[in-house]
Write a protein that binds this ligand. Sequence first.
Ligand SMILES: [Zn+2]
Ligand SMILES: [Zn+2]
Length: 297
Amino acid sequence: MTWFSFAGRVWDRVEKTCLHLPIVLNTVLVFSITAEVSYLVLVEAPLQPDQKKTQWSTVWKTLHLLVQYFMFGNIIWNASLFLKTSPSIQGVFLGSEGMAQGWRFCYTCETHTPPRCSHCYDCKVCVLRRDHHCVFFGQCVGFRNYRYFLSCLLFMWTGLLYAVVMNAEVFIIILKEGVTLHSILLLLMPWIMLVSGQVTARAFAFAFIADTCVLGFLLVAAFLFFHLFLLLRGQTTREWYSIRRPYNLGLLGNLRHGLGTHWYICWLCPLIPSPLPGDGIHFQVTESLEPDPNRSR
Ligand SMILES: [Zn+2]
Ligand SMILES: [Zn+2]
């Protein structure tokens, strides 16, 4: 084996590991936050026993844990179904309408592709009704896995909102000592405080997770509301740049075509069947596909 082929192999391995890094990091964060919030509920931390004003009943604690694990289960389940459900054209019979309006030819896949389909250079394949390539999952969001993506986002948002509320006590405790350099650094840069030996590992863990919850909540909220807005408008992220909405079927029609026939309940659990009305190849057009020369964004 030459040095070059060995280096090539090592590079391939590093590239593959890097591709999975966001998924690994996200999984670690979801598990860590769930564990921390469960701990907060079970032992009513971070308050010391003598600081507690009230005691939570077993029923109340159980209720909290059930809600938490319902959201946690939905995040993991939807995420794994999202990853398992390929939105690509692989194994899909596209028909022979290559010259019809809206169809294009992909020189990489060497095939005619239907409207709203586009090539992903990360997934190295064309994706049906491609929305975008999600860097956090390392996979494209498209026609078949859109429902799981949106449900996962929804439960991440509710879960993080819950975690932020539960972690409010952590912020209160940190800020109780006043707005000092110590408290500000612990809130903004807990890592530095841990490395410099200014705080205990326990205080660091609480501050770090509380910070992550707030940042994660803001990030996920932006993603969720943007995608809900697009879903209601019957557009994909790529089509959002265009002023035209040729695939807009009205509010209910857009919800049905995005999430399936049981759109009103399917987001509650991935087990609930919700067949998609279309095939991801043919779309009902309600407006001209030609760009409007008089209007531009
Ligand atoms: Zn392609
Ligand atoms: Zn992709």
